[in-house]
Write a protein that binds this ligand. Structure first.
Ligand code: GSH
Length: 212
């Protein structure tokens, strides 16, 4: 049994980036996919201190909250840049996940009839938001000197974020062609990372069937 376990549902969502970091680092870990039934019981365990997933069990300790786990793993495997400025750029990118998710959740699990009537509006809103963020990332990438990876010549959690989150939302919203055409430089990084650092992840851990 591995001394590292990553607990999340059988979906991509809030667990995707941490799973991808573990794959990119070629770490041996148990990728525990919790079913909704199991979760009802597990949720009450003190291991899951905020009563939600993802959760990382790392060498006997439990870690909660998606972005904090990403930071913990990113630093553990030296994928968090070389300076406080790099860390800021990575954190600021990671925070855009929740901005996208907060729109997507109205499509993924509409709360009321109003949500159901406005699915197309939410879809348009989230695609606009993706374009807005990509435009911002594109400008930063040019400012950073258009190196092999987003920040510089070193692979980092910024590249993992870009590859995972943009792939996920493009798949969910069926908008890859539109986004790829507008941001060819960023897609060069994404396509390269998919073929190299995250090849195993996309072959074995990315869930094509999930709607989140
Ligand atoms: N702030 C939390 C949010 C995580 C979250 O929303 N988890 C959801 C799945 S995406 C969850 O555990 N839902 C089940 C529940 O709340 O019982 C984080 O960033 O980890």
């Amino acid at each position: 049994m591995s001394e590292i376990k990553f607990y999340y549902f059988d979906a991509n969502g809030h667990g995707m980036i941490s799973r991808a970091i573990l794959y990119a680092a070629k770490e041996k870990f148990d990728n525990v996919k919790v079913s909704l039934n199991e979760w009802e019981t597990l949720k009450k365990s003190e291991k899951f201190e905020y009563q939600n997933l993802p959760c990382l069990e790392y060498k006997g300790k439990y870690y909660s909250q998606a972005h904090s786990i990403e930071l913990f793993l990113g630093k553990t495997y030296n994928l968090y840049g070389n300076s406080i400025e790099d860390e800021y750029q990575i954190n600021s990118m990671l925070d855009t996940f929740d901005d996208l998710y907060n729109i997507y959740k109205h499509i993924y699990m509409p709360l009321n009839d109003e949500d159901k009537e406005h699915l197309d509006d939410y879809k348009r809103a989230i695609i606009n938001k993706i374009e807005f963020f990509m435009n911002n990332f594109d400008k930063k990438y040019m400012k950073f000197g258009e190196k092999k990876y987003f920040l510089n010549d070193n692979f980092s959690v910024a590249d993992i974020f870009l590859t995972c989150v943009i792939t996920l939302f493009c798949d969910l919203l069926n908008c890859k062609n539109v986004i790829e055409e507008k941001f060819p430089k960023l897609f060069k990084i994404i396509n390269n990372v998919k073929k190299n650092e995250l090849k195993d992840f996309f072959q074995n851990a990315y869930n094509n069937e999930s709607n989140y």
